[in-house]
Design a protein around this ligand. Sequence first.
Ligand code: MG
Length: 303
Amino acid sequence: MNRRNFLQGTLAGAATFSLGASPLAALSSCAAAPKKSDVSLNISFQEGTAPGKDLNEKLDYMEQMGIVGFEPGGKGLAGRVGEIQKALNGRNIKVSAICAGFSGFILAEDPAVKAEFDSTMREIVAAAGELGSTGVIMVPAFNRQEPCMPHNQATRDYLCEQLHELGEYALQCKTTIILEPLNRKEAFYLRLVPDAAAICRDSKSEGVKCMGDFWHMQEETSDYAAFMAAGPKYLQHVHIASRGTRKMPGEDGVVVDNYVDGMRALKEMNYQHYVSFECGTNGDRAVTLPAAVQLMRSQWEQA
Ligand code: MG
């Protein structure tokens, strides 16, 4: 062994020892990445996903299946905080993200429509914070929302400024806002997870995050690269559906409904948030839903 190898070996040994000796050291950037097998798949359902005549029945069903996240819609959320807190009390289920629910939109040309967005979004963000939510999902502009600011550099700068303010407000409320890229038929303005992540970065607020939706990610050339581009710094939520028709994962067949590439990225980045169902079903929910959960868990194992 030459001197250089000897020194490297000694330093590696010292690093291993110090990691073992101090729990704090394990939190440093020098710590070894967790084993992929240790990263858990946290599945979440939107309110319409589980069968049940009311919220409690739905949550009972979810608990039996080991579902740990609940994604309510944002509309009317401020008036439901107590109801949701009570229903979740004593359960192993937490509020994951909040699915939109605001009025107006952030890139509206009409100041009245923009003002409507500002007030309704802030009300939902405050309620999300009370519920301990990971963040409120938003789309900057759907294709159908007109009149919209032009898709140019000035608008992007404006969007980043506006998101900065909203993100800082969300942090005060102990939550975040989460940009959702959609496919080009629904929202040409924001289609790609890496683009959403770049907007998060340029918004310069820790309260501005993004997500990926496996259904809309037909726009991406690589699920793995898309999630990795956002990384743990920006990726705050994931939606899942079958990839051909937006039904339960697996309803389009296992060749089409393959999530392994994206899940591999989630595991490698030690993703700690939720993968949440956003889909309908063509079949009997009592059959298609457990099958979908099972498919996700088995693909997560493969990833
Ligand atoms: Mg979605």
